[in-house]
Write a protein of this length. Structure first.
Length: 469
């Protein structure tokens, strides 16, 4: 677990750690806030494309190889960012960092699935819970860690810290991760039977192009660029045509059409995190601009959200079912959104803390619940790519959430804007509850009826002969 946990924290911590260094970076390179925003968006975009791509490579080439290659890429990106002499190279380092850090989670899921098959065990819910907790915890401490590094050693330390972290994870991976030859039988058979071309580089490129153009449209819904819809549709059509033709497609559309349960899991995960990110970014912004708190005090009020997410990720990992935690997450999203409708400039701190905690509960439960659903519903030889697409759904939710916040807040976070966000959250929470309750794939399966014990017969008497058709 040590290398898997160390590797899995690199993407979420780098996603949030940069937030407290943007002002210093802008000052050193003499650029504006619009330019530094690309340091955030570039990594989200790279991660959204790279997560399923790295997962596909892990399925085809072996998860340990991809895990190690990702850590080496993180080393290179950390050094490049720490020594970057110009802002464009710093942006490139963030893209490379997004690609490198995206290898850990899907490769970890593939390794866990292979080891479970090898030793004959079921879903390792406790281990999946630790992975989820590592991601949630590292994302929560990222801004504080970035601020500490920037204040003591300068903003370049935010990039340089990836070097010792990646080296530690690399040493643990080389020492403790099982070789790819020990993978489960289904994955070994698929990898042996699959030609080198099964990685489908053209499919990955078309997926990346489609997602990039779509994200540019989604980034600014307040001023929609309608002209981008035409190339998005064209690229999506070409991607669909190519994936249906390829013998081993990157995006297996036929499998998704047959596996409706997995497709619904992606939908649930994306919608849940759309609401969660709306609160994560929109609520903290309202606390500062609409309620008058400082950034430090707004961070303190958000702490119960992180704490509840951590506790619930562990609690969700200890449950045997999937449907109950996901329904509880949907209920909390709806209730939390309802509480936000009551908030205003004179709301007491106790209610503000409660609102944050109510959104932390679904963050933990949705993360572990949907993670367990993907683990159970994905094909045996495609768990890496399936886990990567789960993260892509999450990043799409984050991008749509940031655009919704800009659309509903405008120039400043107000009570009215927060209430509009709460209405969106309430509607989506109820929708998630209905989707989860109606999903038969999430219901526990009844155990097979026990066979009656054989009736003992006196010695010497033959049993009657029966013919089975």
């Amino acid at each position: 677990m040590a290398p898997l946990l160390l590797g899995s924290v690199l993407n979420p911590v780098n996603s949030t750690m940069i937030a407290t260094s943007l002002v210093a970076i802008a000052r050193d390179f003499h650029v504006g806030a619009a330019d530094t925003a690309w340091l955030v968006s570039a990594m989200y975009l790279a991660s959204a494309v790279a997560q399923p791509s790295m997962g596909r490579l892990a399925d085809r080439l072996g998860p340990r190889r991809v895990f190690v290659a990702g850590l080496v890429t993180v080393l290179a990106a950390g050094l490049t960012g720490a020594l970057a002499p110009a802002f464009p190279l710093l942006t490139v380092s963030r893209v490379v960092l997004g690609i490198g850090t995206s290898a850990a989670y899907p490769a970890a899921m593939a390794i866990l699935r292979a080891e479970a098959e090898r030793v004959g065990r079921g879903t390792p819910r406790a281990v999946l819970g630790r992975l989820s907790l590592a991601a949630l915890g590292s994302a929560a401490v990222g801004p504080a860690l970035g601020g500490l590094l920037a204040a003591t050693a300068g903003w370049r330390a935010v990039f340089a810290v990836n070097v010792p972290l990646a080296l530690a994870a690399l040493a643990c991976a080389l020492a403790w991760l099982p070789s790819d030859g020990r993978a489960g039988s289904a994955r070994t058979t698929a990898r042996t039977a699959s030609p080198a071309g099964s990685v489908d580089p053209l499919g990955i490129a078309l997926f990346a192009a489609t997602l990039t153009v779509a994200m540019f449209f989604l980034l600014d819904l307040a001023h929609p660029r309608w002209l981008l819809l035409a190339p998005t549709t064209a690229l999506a059509a070409v991607l669909t045509w190519w994936q249906l033709r390829h013998p081993a497609p990157f995006l297996d559309l036929r499998m998704l059409a047959r596996n409706g349960a997995l497709l619904r899991t992606y939908l649930r995960h994306g919608l849940a995190y759309l609401v969660i990110y709306c609160v994560l970014y929109g609520y903290s912004q309202w606390l500062e601009e609409g309620h008058g708190y400082s950034a430090f005090h707004a961070g303190l009020i958000m702490l119960p959200m992180s704490g509840a997410a951590a506790v619930c990720s562990l609690a969700g990992a200890r449950t045997k079912g999937i449907r109950a935690p996901l329904m509880a997450a949907a209920v909390c999203l709806a209730i939390g959104s309802g509480v936000c409708l009551l908030l205003g400039g004179g709301t007491p701190p106790a209610l503000l803390l409660l609102a944050g905690a109510l959104f932390g509960i679904p963050q933990g439960l949705a993360s572990t619940g949907n993670q367990a659903a993907v683990y159970a519903q994905a094909p045996a030889d495609g768990i890496g790519a399936a886990a990567g697409f789960q993260r892509t759904a999450q990043y799409l939710g984050a991008i749509v959430a940031s655009s919704l916040i800009g659309l509903l807040y405008g120039q400043r976070a107000t009570d009215a804007g927060l209430h509009e966000i709460a209405v969106v959250g309430l509607v989506l929470g109820v929708l998630l509850l209905v989707l989860t309750a109606a999903d038969r794939a999430l219901r526990p399966r009844a155990p097979a009826p026990a066979q009656p014990p054989a009736t003992a017969r006196p010695a010497g008497k033959a049993s009657p002969t029966r013919t089975h058709h």
